[in-house]
Design a binder for this molecule. Structure first.
Ligand SMILES: [Zn+2]
Length: 275
């Protein structure tokens, strides 16, 4: 492990597309803006890495602050990663990690149905194979995108191991990085990810990561449609961001209680509707 602890920005994108509904607008960065973001990284001599390249470089004590490491990640596996993001990444020769919901591959974003976004097209398996061949790291993001920390442990374990196994079956190589849906995880969920054989896992937190962090709770910086090229430069410098504290904040545990009761309420409503 690197002797000196220094901050590293891990960026989190979702969709790269011109088109978006009002509800999903925040999570949809237009291709032109994404291109500007990558230009910022190039102009300021950042070294983009995948998540696994990042944790491996720390293990081998090869990571240096002056290299300006930055990690680029995408969540979910929308088809526009293949059609829009991947060609732009290719132009900048920029590696990235995408976290894929295995059960949604070839289908739509059904887990977003409640928000009216259940129709968004996801990548197909041939598209996943193609981005993998281009050097994009494909990580696991569960099978159906549940809030893992609200599930019974056996179900959470199945979500985690199944997504890993299905991706490995299609890619023909080990899948070593994981991202918690919505970033939600506690100690028990984190332990399941370790037991499943992953070597790293990303949360959200909207904070700067640092070398020496728990690699199963990597903090990421949320990039949205409103993140201009100038905003991105500030985020990369850590302006307005904290360095993620180790462990879970008390608010996070409290918020879990709120989400748990809300989920129970939704289940009651769904049950009532189905009758
Ligand atoms: Zn997600």
């Amino acid at each position: 492990m690197s002797a000196i602890r220094f901050p590293v920005p891990i960026l989190m994108y979702h969709s790269i597309s011109e088109h978006s509904s009002e509800h999903f607008r925040t999570w949809t960065v237009p291709p032109q803006l994404f291109d500007e973001h990558l230009q910022v990284l190039r102009d300021h001599h950042y070294t983009p890495l995948t998540v696994t390249q990042f944790v491996t470089a720390i293990d081998q004590d090869r990571l240096r602050l002056e290299q300006r490491p930055v990690v680029i990640t995408f969540d979910d596996g929308f088809e526009d990663f293949y059609t829009h993001a991947c060609p732009i990444l290719g132009r900048y020769d920029c590696p990235a990690t995408i976290y894929i919901v295995s059960g949604a591959v070839g289908g739509t974003s059904r887990w977003l149905a409640r928000e009216g976004e259940g129709h968004r097209r996801m990548m197909s398996w041939p598209q996943v194979a193609a981005i993998h061949a281009q050097g994009i790291e494909c990580g696991a993001h569960t099978h159906t995108h549940p809030q893992l920390d609200l599930l019974p442990l056996a179900e959470a374990r199945d979500e985690i191991t199944r997504s890993k196994a299905e991706l490995e079956q299609h890619l023909g190589q080990p899948v070593t990085s994981f991202a918690y849906p919505h970033g939600y995880h506690g100690r028990a969920v984190r332990d399941l990810v370790v037991q499943a054989g992953f070597e790293s896992a990303c949360g959200v937190k909207h904070a700067m990561s640092a070398t020496g962090d728990d690699r199963f709770a990597l903090a990421r910086i949320i990039v949205t449609r409103d993140t201009t090229a100038v905003d991105l430069q500030a985020l990369l410098r850590g302006e307005g961001l904290r360095i993620a504290p180790r462990g879970e904040r008390p608010q996070t545990a409290l918020w879990r209680v709120v989400r748990r009761s809300r989920r129970r309420m939704e289940q009651v409503i769904d049950l009532a509707r189905s009758k």
